[in-house]
Design a binder for this molecule. Structure first.
Ligand SMILES: Cc1cc2nc3c(=O)[nH]c(=O)nc-3n(C[C@H](O)[C@H](O)[C@H](O)COP(=O)(O)OP(=O)(O)OC[C@H]3O[C@@H](n4cnc5c(N)ncnc54)[C@H](O)[C@@H]3O)c2cc1C
Length: 571
């Protein structure tokens, strides 16, 4: 069994023919293009015209991103988070740039599908059918994560007309997006936030440049007295503000799968290279430390996939009374993306110079992999978000009906009606403990539980005092420590559902125990950690995984080394 995406033996998670056709056509598009051309375009930073044309011709974004109600009866159209995640993984498997075009189209559509403006929605659906791409114009150069400081302004001109002025920076697809959902403030004395639509073809829209050096287009554009009418207004006041944050919630969840897709392709290249390279008369993969890197990389990949798969069920089941996705989403965003960086680091240490060669997918991913953890909220921003849930997660569990794996063909419409973004600290979670207990016989899960118990005792008996809580230098590693528990919980839930082999799970928790200890060391080493806290951290740090050589060798033999030669992209 291969846990990684293998395009040449592709099995979609989707049961319906329409979805499978989307995946298969996309694979065929890239495999026909071939690796030489794909990498040449990447290295020459060529805008992916053919890809955009292909997507339009096959109506792929239209099918993936139009809710049924606006799809004029297309049986394949729906907004299905599981399907969009699968597609993200596949696109990034071939190149993060292609995924980015999809991603910013998703973001651009967020404020539109969230809007009460029916005409704008119908227009978006039509444009999607015609093959358009979209953009999300939130960021401004000077303000980064501080959206409050947005300077782009709508000035009233009377009779339902306004003029937009301002400059946006880092806006993907801004070179060709038919609808750019642009955030500004209304300069009528209210300073209300407002989302309005602009179009790159308009003469008042100045496309200044691509801010980055890449085949994807991350634009800087300026609006000069750009005329806006009621028809262009998507939302205003608190609705516009909530649309911004809720759209980021939707987009954020697509980033983990992209990171996974990149790491998977790198894995195939790396192991095929190393297993066929002889040094000192020895296969590189016969060196114990090299094996360890591959094992760690593979186990981390399996864990990333388990976590994200399970989180998707919660995403699809979300509703006004179940907002647990708001924790599982930033956890995916910061953990899965950072894990992908770690996987690529582990592989790169093995393939060394090969990873720089311009005819490898690897060299492209090695450069691009740093992006996902920084987009749509940096790791810091996401960890700060996660911390808000810690108290209720540990100390105030609630009962919820069981959440089954969800591959239904429904639209995930709650995502466009998430409501106000406040009240995060009040969200409650089902008890995390039973699923850990269900696997406590696995030695490394048992050890992880011991670490978790000590961590909890630390929170109860020597929790952060106010000054530590307010100091991100302290609170961020504490948040990371919390996030590893959430990560472990959903990995176990997925393992239970998919009946993951216990040997694999035990080996996954080998690195989880090591990671827990690493975070404990971070807190231990801070200048403002109290002695009592250090004692708990020391106790966590001193727990080491239960090495099982036999189990390790079995997994290597059964799952990891067989990936040598398993996949190579068509030349
Ligand atoms: C390739 C690329 C594509 C992008 N595409 C788009 C797009 O299509 N549309 C769009 O609108 N934007 C886009 N962005 C912008 C992206 O969303 C921003 O990069 C992101 O919001 C962070 O802003 P910043 O990078 O300027 O960092 P800053 O906000 O300047 O952050 C500086 C530092 O402060 C920390 N920090 C900031 N706020 C907090 C906080 N609340 N808590 C803790 N720490 C904090 C950060 O972690 C960071 O270390 C893109 C960016 C890139 C690089």
């Amino acid at each position: 069994m291969n846990f990684l995406v293998q395009p040449k033996k592709y099995t979609s998670l989707m049961a319906d023919e329409g979805s499978r056709a989307i995946m298969n056509k996309t694979i065929a598009f890239f495999e026909n293009m071939g690796k030489t051309r794909l990498l040449d375009d990447y290295n020459k930073k060529v805008w992916y015209r053919e890809f955009v044309d292909f997507i339009g011709r096959e109506r792929i974004f239209s099918k993936l991103l139009t809710p049924k109600a606006y799809a004029e009866g297309d049986p394949d159209a729906r907004w299905d988070t599981a399907r969009n995640n699968e597609y993200s993984e596949l696109l990034a498997f071939y190149g993060l740039g292609y995924w980015y075009c999809f991603q910013v189209t998703i973001l651009g559509l967020g404020p539109i599908w969230m809007s009460p403006n029916e005409k704008a929605k119908e227009k978006a659906a039509r444009l999607l059918r015609e093959g358009a791409i979209f953009a999300f114009g939130l960021s401004e150069r000077a303000h980064g994560a501080d959206i409050y400081a947005t300077e782009t302004a709508l000035t009233p001109k009377g009779e339902g007309r306004w003029e937009a002025n301002g400059e946006k920076y880092y806006i993907g697809n801004g070179n060709e997006a038919e609808m750019v959902s642009t955030l500004g403030k209304v300069k009528d004395g209210s300073d209300d936030f407002v989302f309005f639509v602009t179009n790159y073809r308009h003469k008042a829209y100045e496309l200044k440049k691509n801010v980055i050096s890449h085949q994807e287009y991350v634009s800087n554009f300026a609006l000069h007295d750009y005329p806006i009418t009621e028809e262009d207004i998507l939302s205003r006041g608190p609705h516009a503000w909530d649309s911004a944050l809720n759209t980021v919630n939707v987009g954020k969840f697509n980033i983990g799968p992209a990171s996974i897709g990149m790491a998977e392709h790198c894995f195939y290249e790396a192991i095929t290279h190393a297993a066929n390279r002889i040094l000192y008369g020895l296969r590189v993969t016969d060196m114990p430390h090299v094996r360890r890197n591959f094992m760690d990389a593979w186990l981390r990949l399996v864990a990333m996939k388990c976590y994200h798969r399970r989180a998707t069920d919660y995403f699809r089941q979300a509703g006004p009374t179940d907002r647990r996705y708001l924790l599982y989403n930033p956890t995916s965003k910061m953990k899965v993306t950072l894990q992908s960086e770690e996987v690529i680091n582990l592989l790169w240490d093995v393939i060394a110079a090969k990873g720089f060669e311009k005819d490898t997918y690897f060299h492209m991913a090695a450069a691009d992999v740093r992006g996902p953890s920084k987009l749509e909220g940096t790791v810091h921003v996401n960890v700060q978000l996660i911390r808000k849930f810690m108290k209720n997660y540990f100390f105030n569990p609630a009962e919820y009906p069981a959440v089954a794996p969800d591959f239904s063909m429904k639209d995930d419409m709650f995502l466009f009606n998430q409501g106000p973004t406040r009240g995060l600290g009040e969200i409650r979670f089902h008890d995390y403990r039973p699923v850990f207990d269900a696997f406590c016989d696995l030695p490394n899960v048992g050890l992880f539980i011991r670490q978790m118990d000590i961590f909890l005792e630390m929170l109860e008996k020597a929790g952060p005092e106010k000054a530590q809580d307010l100091d991100p230098v302290f609170s961020l590693p504490l948040g990371e420590m919390f996030s590893i528990v959430v990560y472990g919980q959903l990995i176990l839930e997925q393992a239970q559902l998919s009946k993951l082999e216990h040997d694999i799970l035990n080996q996954v928790f080998d690195f989880m125990v090591r990671d827990f200890a690493r975070f404990a060391l971070q807190i231990y080493s801070l200048p403002n950690t109290r002695d009592a806290q250090r004692d708990f951290c020391r106790a966590i740090m001193l727990i080491r995984p239960d090495g099982n050589e036999n189990q390790y060798k079995q997994i290597w033999k059964k799952y990891v080394i067989p990936l040598n030669g398993e996949y190579a992209m068509n030349e």
